[in-house]
Design a binder for this molecule. Structure first.
Ligand SMILES: *Cc1c(COP(=O)(O)O)cnc(C)c1O
Length: 488
């Protein structure tokens, strides 16, 4: 079995070992050559040098090889399929990087006066407009730095809206299929999150919402498509119920990649929505680096958006700070501008084809769902959106769990899917192929998962011992959490 996998997936080859930098080099070696000294030798000032770190003595090639080798241990969407449900690890076209590197954008200083920033302001104004068109919610801020930051901004808007009406409210309804950041964002703004149980089909039932909605409740936060990968088909009725009691509807649009160009979010009753540019609009997820989670709102809520707002006067663009009802600033300057350039480039390069992005994302997820249906337990057997959720229920009788399945996929050259999330599904395996994978890759992935299901029956211990081929085998996760060794 081992060799079969190796032949097929090309997981053989050179994988270099690499010690710590401190274990390399040799005393006196340096990365630079200084000219011969032509003055008297003088001791270093102890006060300036102190007991600084004991840096290793290395040459330039030592350092370059060290970090290049480490980079080859990495796995990214540029190296293979990365079907991490809920995260949308789609391929990011390289043209977006080129546009972001144009010196006029890359070198623009946020303190330049408006008169010297007309290009950057035009881009921001147009991007706001594009996102307004795509969502059907016309007023947009680009400031928030992530999806969850967009949620926080949205909750600040909820609070400001009710306060402005003269009646602050204390609770926010949150379905059990919402993303975990939703209750956290509501709580950070001082709201009490109230859980709403979804119905047997995995979507919200209007009557459940009607029972909970009252005039103490600021509104509801709906992840749509929800974390089961299902479209909230009753959202219009739910929105009517919430609006009738004076509440607002927040849409978690992190997964807009499933419905772009197909659903008008304003039309289905959403008042505030955030987008994840690093998911839907193909900007890098960034390993903790900058992201962007723009927030789109109805015209009625525009006065509450963060300042400064990018506005157009005649044929000039300027920043408007004069918004008395605004929730204030949520990010330094104007947000993560370099990320906005990438999203702008992505939208312009696709134009009307943005709709196809969603169609292919949904088609690919349904192809995987239908192909694996007999092999893995499918808790909600209905058409999915951009991702599908299986469980390990069929494999449990062989003592094989979701974790074993995920680890074995690494031997086949795939990044594992999201596991044990969403929490409403026990032993969840959440697969999001994205639109950027070809049918050949999807077929290889499906074949790998079928083989693993077969192996669960014939050789469960093989799965317990996986992964076999990666540089690092199975880790002791408890020990890693309890006794972190941060030195290597
Ligand atoms: C990813 C995601 C978020 C959080 O976005 P971050 O940018 O990671 O803060 C929120 N909601 C949903 C549905 C998501 O998929």
């Amino acid at each position: 079995m081992k060799d079969q996998i190796k032949d097929k997936m090309g997981t053989t080859g050179l994988i270099f070992n690499e010690p710590l930098l401190w274990e390399k080099g040799s005393p006196g070696r340096t990365g630079i050559s200084l000219p011969r000294r032509d003055v008297e030798k003088a001791p270093l000032d102890e006060k300036l040098v102190g007991d600084g770190p004991d840096f290793p003595d290395l040459s330039e090639p030592d350092v370059i090889r060290h970090f290049t080798k480490l980079s080859q241990w990495n796995f990214g969407v540029d190296s293979g399929m990365y079907p991490l449900g809920s995260c949308t690890m789609k391929y990011n076209p390289k043209t977006n990087e080129r546009q972001a590197a144009i010196p006029g954008f890359a070198g623009a200083h946020p303190l330049l006066p408006e008169s010297l920033s007309q290009g950057a302001l035009t881009l921001m104004f147009d991007l706001q407009h594009f996102l307004g068109e795509i969502t059907g919610l016309p007023a947009v801020t680009l400031q928030p730095a992530a999806g969850s930051h967009g949620e926080l901004t949205g909750m600040l808007i909820f609070a400001a809206y009710h306060k402005n009406k003269g009646k602050p409210r204390s609770k926010v309804l949150i379905p059990d299929t919402a993303h975990g950041t939703n209750p956290a964002s509501a709580a950070l703004c001082g709201f009490k999150p109230v859980a709403v149980q979804s119905g047997p089909d995995g979507v919200l039932l209007p009557e459940t919402v009607a029972d909970l909605m009252d005039e103490e409740t600021a509104g509801i936060m709906i992840t749509n498509p929800n974390t089961l990968g299902l479209f909230e088909s009753n959202i219009r009725q739910v929105a009517d119920i919430v609006h009738a009691k004076g509440g607002l509807v927040y849409g978690d649009g992190a997964n807009m990649n499933a419905i772009m160009g197909i659903v008008d979010v304003g039309d289905i009753g959403v008042d505030v929505l955030h987008l994840n540019l690093h998911k839907t609009f193909s900007t890098p997820h960034g390993g903790g680096g900058p992201g962007a989670g723009p927030v789109c709102v109805t015209e009625e809520l525009e006065p509450f958006l963060p300042v400064p707002r990018v506005v157009k006067d005649g044929d000039r663009y300027r920043l408007d700070e004069d918004c008395p009802l605004s929730v204030g600033k949520v990010h330094a300057f104007h947000g993560n501008f370099g990320i906005l350039v990438r999203a702008y480039s992505y939208i312009l390069s696709l134009g009307r084809q943005l709709k196809q992005v969603s169609q292919y994302a949904v088609l690919n997820a349904n192809y995987i769902k239908e192909s694996l249906k007999g092999h893995y337990h499918l808790p909600y057997d209905r058409p999915c959106m951009h991702e599908c959720v299986f469980t390990d229920k069929h494999q449990q009788e062989y003592h094989v769990a979701t974790l074993d399945i995920a680890k074995r996929l690494m031997d086949h050259g795939f990044h594992p899917p999201t596991i044990y999330f969403p929490l409403v599904v026990s032993g969840a395996i959440m697969i999001e192929p994205t639109e950027s994978e070809s049918k050949e890759t999807l077929d290889l992935f499906i074949e790998a998962l079928k083989q693993i299901a077969e192996e669960a029956r014939t050789c469960p211990e093989c799965l317990h011992e996986s992964p076999q081929f990666p540089k690092v085998r199975r880790l002791d996760e408890t020990a890693a959490a309890r006794h972190p060794c941060l030195q290597g």
